[in-house]
Design a protein around this ligand. Sequence first.
Ligand code: 6GU
Length: 234
Amino acid sequence: MVCIKIDIVALFPEMFCGFLEHSIVKRARQKEAVQVTVHQLRDYSVDKHRSVDDEPYGGGAGMVMTIDPVARCLDTLQKNGKADEVVFLTPDAPVFTQKTANELSLKNHIIILCGHYKGVDERIREHFVTREISIGDYVLSGGELAAAVLTDAIVRVIPGVLHDEMSALTDSFQNDGLLSPPVYTRPADYNGWKVPPVLLSGNDKLIDRWRREQALLRTEDKRPDLLRTINNNL
Ligand code: 6GU
């Protein structure tokens, strides 16, 4: 199996402990499908206070991440060769999608820089960053949670990480861009709440057709915007 290297540069590395040690991300690390390393940005500050931010030129509220610690950190992480992507996580960027996760899962080396404060000095974005990503239209206190979201979404689509029976190909968004249909398990009747009879019929063709219909109905109901996107891409 190929091993993807993901370097995460953060101000609060401890936030990743639990996440890296559970579930699919944990298994992918054990299988050596991915190597995730979290780096403390402050370790790359040469300032006596180990500072990583300063006041914005032109005034205004909030602090801005300075170039030098980021530059030193990225240079260190790329001393044996350039990363395929240097991702900057920030709310003022295009929104993360399954397509981006799939693309990133094909890279060998990804560096993820977590944004903080009012943002980073724009020259970092101009000269180091190859891709800017937001995880949605709301504001988080920092990029750490977003980096965990990205890492999880990337890792689970690396070939060989998921078992066949939990294949990523049947996830919402992976199949035709539609949401997944409803699923049921035993008992077939819970105090009168019944499982749709077609799922108990044993007729694979009928079950397939029912699932496709339900996927479409569910998408129309919960995410009509997705259907417009699919139609526009046809
Ligand atoms: Cl990537 N960072 C922060 N701070 N807030 C966000 C975000 C990222 N994506 C959505 N909100």
